[in-house]
Design a protein around this ligand. Structure first.
Ligand code: ADP
Length: 666
């Protein structure tokens, strides 16, 4: 049933709408108009609407305009239309409307209440505007924006949006690189930018804001895992119609690896430049430790050489960040810091501990050992050469600390380079030392030769003048004197020849089965008169039964005599010498001990080197060329044996022990 237009509309807005001009105007702007009563029911036919939507008159009259709304949009439209009816508020709905061509078309549907004379709503007028073009444009825009975002994502690891003044991060998709920001974040600056780089980042942002220009910077950033990384970040301002910045759209790439490589290269270059001119191995250790200490901003750096049976650190230099850090210089047993740590080092593995207190790998006593030297976190990198643990680089920090991959790998690299530089310097130092020792040796040799030769030449002169008839120097005494000097000269020349043979690898042993016990006994008997004449007390403990070795009689005699003559030479008046021969684990073990002047610990290894004499005024008083022990060591080793020396330092006596493999009796 179709009602006539309500008289209440007469003279009201609707009448105006119906006025020809308005009608033309409205119809030129909208697709269709219609009228309903105050409750939203269709009042009369709406030919334009029906023509636009293809709705039948019945449907229009029964169900009204909402019948033409797309089923998917109805849920969004009908409740709001009901609300509008109740609140009597003008409303609009963006929805799809059926078309006469049985198609759907996006429309902006507007409804407005028409007030009656008393201000009450008497009718509703509705109109719809086709917005499909605008929708299409939006869809195109969304599509191109999605494509743009995809593109941005492909070329970057992170996308972000910032407010116009950069105070607020609107959002950030960090993927695995950075933590996401999902709701607007006013704290982003502190959360993403490490303090060390905040100033630089702030300056670049300010400049971009002032110039409304591209923000572009490589800077440090906190990564999603909390570690510090590097990013290359770019953000472009999005401007509104007035040319004002609406917001910034940015992309950021993870350049941590590249930056690390760069940083590493620059640092290693600096290290090489600083180490190259250094000739002293100690200076090299000091410089390398200082450079890495400053670079890692850590409290202590140690370059330790490993001595003994890979169980003792010799620390010559360390880097300390401040005076409060306890220095660790000298010899330290490695075991208290963890047997497992030593095993790792021997296996060539770096150990990284972020917190000594909580790390489960450490025992309480190991923790204490570290705490005592103020270490809360450390990296220790061992160096192995030819299968042996030779050195270690240790980075100590007084606070718990998360060591980064870059830091750990740098320590390894530096340890290697420091070792190489130290070895180079040591080789040069050794060459210089050898050269200096050679000069000293030549001076000594001249001195050693001059004394017997002076005696020989004086005695000969006296003999020439007196024909041996002088009662002060009768012929037999002169001959004894001259023989003694000649023996001395021959011994010197023999030693020199031996050394030169050793150097040329020409020493050959004439091996025979011999009783080493008897050989030692003979050597002692030969030395005894000298010991007695010089007031030394010689005590022996030799086995009664023979102890066979496969040896060169002359060389082994030389070995034992050398040890005995040194013991006599380096012992004071009334001093004691003990000679003991035992058999242990298949070795003949000869110990020659004295309570003489002793040997400083830093010289113990050196005394077997050619021409080395402990540099002390007290050893200088004794003659010798520093050849004896070189020969002893070489001969013993050629017999498949080894030699050891012990001394607790000056004036504590010395003990030389040689081990020779025994052979079973026939
Ligand atoms: P030389 O005795 O001719 O100097 P060696 O090679 O036999 O040469 O010894 C090298 C150095 O080792 C000696 O100069 C001395 O300083 C030290 N040395 C050797 N034996 C002893 C010892 N028993 N006590 C103290 N020092 C010793």
């Amino acid at each position: 049933m179709i009602n006539e237009p309500d008289s209440a509309l007469n003279g009201q807005g609707f009448n105006q709408l119906e006025s020809l001009e308005n009608k033309v105007l409205v119809e030129s702007m909208v697709e269709a108009t219609w009228i309903t009563d105050a409750s939203g029911r269709s009042l009369q036919d709406a030919p334009a609407w029906r023509a636009y939507t293809g709705q039948t008159l019945e449907k229009w009259m029964e169900e009204g305009w909402t019948e033409s709304v797309h089923p998917d949009d109805k849920d969004g439209v009908i409740p709001r239309w009901q609300t509008a009816l109740q609140s009597k508020q003008m409303s609009n709905f963006v929805c799809r409307l059926r078309q006469a061509a049985d198609d759907w078309c996006w429309n902006d549907v507007r409804v407005a209440p028409i007030p009656g004379v008393n201000g009450e709503t008497v009718k509703w007028v509705g109109a719809c505007v086709d917005i499909s073009q605008q929708k299409q444009a939006e869809a195109n825009f969304t599509q191109s924006e999605t494509q743009f975002r995809l593109l941005a994502m492909l070329s970057s690891d992170t996308l972000y949006r910032m407010s116009a003044d950069w105070r607020v991060m609107v959002n950030l998709r960090g993927f695995d690189f950075l933590a996401d920001t999902v709701v607007t974040n006013g704290q982003w600056f502190e959360q993403y930018i490490p303090t060390s780089d905040q100033e630089r980042v702030r300056a670049a942002i300010d400049e971009a804001i002032i110039n409304k220009s591209l923000f572009e910077l490589e800077h440090q950033v906190y990564r999603a895992d909390g570690s510090i990384g590097w990013t290359s970040s770019r953000a472009t301002p999005l401007l509104d119609n007035q040319g004002q910045v609406k917001e910034w759209f940015g992309t950021a790439r993870d350049i941590t690896k590249r930056k690390m490589a760069e940083e590493r290269r620059v640092f290693l270059l600096e290290l090489s430049d600083k180490l190259r001119p250094l000739a002293s191995s100690l200076e090299i250790q000091k410089t390398a430790a200082s450079l890495i200490g400053a670079k890692l901003n850590t409290d202590r750096v140690i370059y330790a050489e490993i001595i003994g049976a890979e169980d003792e650190y010799l620390i010559a230099r360390n880097y300390l960040a401040s005076e409060e850090v306890i220095p660790v210089i000298g010899n330290f047993p490695a075991a208290p810091f963890g047997k497992w740590l030593m095993d790792e080092a021997k296996a060539g593995n770096t150990v990284v501990i972020n917190d000594v207190v909580t790390d489960q790998r450490l025992t309480n006593s190991e923790r204490d050992a570290f705490c005592q030297i103020g270490v809360r976190a450390f990296i220790t990198t061992p160096l192995k050469k030819e299968g042996k643990w030779v050195a270690a680089m240790k980075i100590h920090h007084g606070q718990a600390r998360n060591w980064t991959d870059l830091e750990i790998s740098l320590v390894g690299e530096i340890a290697e380079r420091t070792w190489a530089a130290v070895q180079r310097a040591k080789a040069e130092e050794a060459l210089l030392d050898a050269d200096r020792r050679k000069d000293e040796f030549l001076a000594l040799l001249a001195h050693e030769l001059r004394n017997p030769m002076a005696t020989l030449s004086n005695t000969l002169m006296v003999l020439e003048m007196t024909g041996g008839m002088n009662h002060k120097l009768p012929l037999d005494k002169a001959i004894t004197m001259m023989r003694k000097e000649v023996v001395q000269l021959v011994r010197l020349v023999d030693d020199l020849l031996d050394v030169s043979r050793i150097n040329q690898g020409k020493v050959t042993l004439e091996l025979e089965r011999l009783d080493f016990s008897a050989l030692v006994n003979d050597a002692v008997l030969t030395a005894l008169p000298i010991a007695n004449s010089e007031n030394r007390h010689l005590t022996t403990a030799l086995p009664d039964e023979p102890m066979y070795v496969n040896g060169d009689r002359a060389r082994l005699t030389q070995v034992v005599r050398n040890l005995l003559s040194n013991a006599i030479k380096f012992t004071n008046e009334d001093g004691h010498i003990w000679v003991e021969l035992t058999k242990e684990h298949g070795y003949a073990v000869l110990k020659v001990r004295d309570d003489g002047i002793g040997i400083p610990s830093d010289q113990l290894d050196r005394i077997f080197e050619l021409f080395v004499q402990v540099n002390s005024s007290r050893t200088r008083l004794r003659d010798g060329l520093g050849l004896g022990l070189t020969l002893v060591k070489d001969f013993v080793e050629k017999h498949g044996g080894r030699i050891q020396v012990h001394s607790a330092g000056l004036d504590t006596g010395s003990e030389f022990i040689i081990y020779l493999p025994v052979i079973p009796p026939l």
